[in-house]
Ligand binder design. Structure first.
Ligand code: ATP
Length: 245
């Protein structure tokens, strides 16, 4: 894919493949174009050229909600939960389209609406348990720490049963104890067969989680390989030291 913003090329002929069941790392210095890649993959930006395929199907023209329905979901670098809503309610925001959201269905099919709501609620509790936030379910989201917000974000995203999860800097600003919890949860999701693309500056996390890493700088692919090989690659070291490529 290539992406231009007002004549500036931010992603230049980048290509990546995420295999089923893989955790692939995407690294690069600030401004390399990693988040732009995520926005292109998740559908919040359209590529200037190139495309995105999932299991051979072209999803390039789909909006983010359609991509979520196709099993591609993303987290944000800085999660912004609805701060006055409870932690549980924030997770429920991630539930896929429900019959009750259509006004007439509430009158015509009240039984179905109630069953769907009950199922979503049960699932939200399971997801909160999974991310170790159950005891905070009824607290307002504003009480959560940065790391807990990342876990809440993960629970919200999991409500859509994604097969591909795009994780944008899950370690940034997270204390070491919670970081272990986040890593453990990522490993557990991967063990369930979920494919994960991870943007991360924390190389320890990348080395522990990823078997393969892609490094980019100034919108271009720099290196690809094992975490050890990529972090020892002279072009990658130069890009980090020089803040570019
Ligand atoms: N909407 C936009 N309009 C113009 N330029 C943009 C836009 N979004 C991003 N850029 C530019 O694209 C480049 C890549 O930004 P991007 O956020 O993708 O980098 P990144 O690798 O995710 O960086 P970081 O690690 O700091 O999050 C930067 O130079 C940025 O200023």
């Amino acid at each position: 894919m290539t992406k231009h913003f007002d004549g500036l090329t931010v992603v230049s002929d980048m290509s990546l493949q995420l295999a089923k069941g893989e955790i692939l790392g995407l690294i690069g210095p600030n401004g390399a174009g990693k988040t732009t890649m995520f926005n292109l993959l998740a559908g919040s930006l359209k590529p200037s050229s190139g495309g995105i395929f999932i299991e051979g199907q072209d999803i390039s023209s789909q909006a983010p909600e359609q991509r979520i329905a196709h099993g591609v979901a993303r987290t944000f670098q800085i999660p912004r939960p609805f701060s006055e809503m409870s932690v549980l309610e924030n997770v429920l925001v991630g539930a896929q389209k429900q019959t009750g959201e259509r006004l007439f269905s509430n009158f015509l099919r009240p039984g179905l609406v109630r069953r769907e709501e009950k199922a979503a609620l049960e699932k939200a509790h399971v997801m909160l348990e999974f991310v170790t936030l159950s005891r905070l379910a009824h607290e307002p989201a504003r009480v959560l720490s940065g790391g807990q917000r990342k876990l809440l974000e993960l629970a919200r995203v999991l409500m859509a049963d994604p097969q591909v999860i795009l994780l944008d800097e899950p370690a940034a600003g997270v204390n070491p104890a919670l970081l272990e919890v986040i890593m453990d949860r990522v490993v557990a999701l991967n063990a369930e067969g979920k494919s994960i693309l991870l943007i991360e500056h924390n190389m320890d996390m990348v080395s522990r989680l990823c078997s393969r890493v892609i490094a980019m700088a100034l919108g271009k692919l720099l290196a690809e390989g094992s975490p050890a090989d990529v972090s020892a690659n002279p072009a990658v070291i130069e890009a980090y030291l020089g803040g570019g490529a």
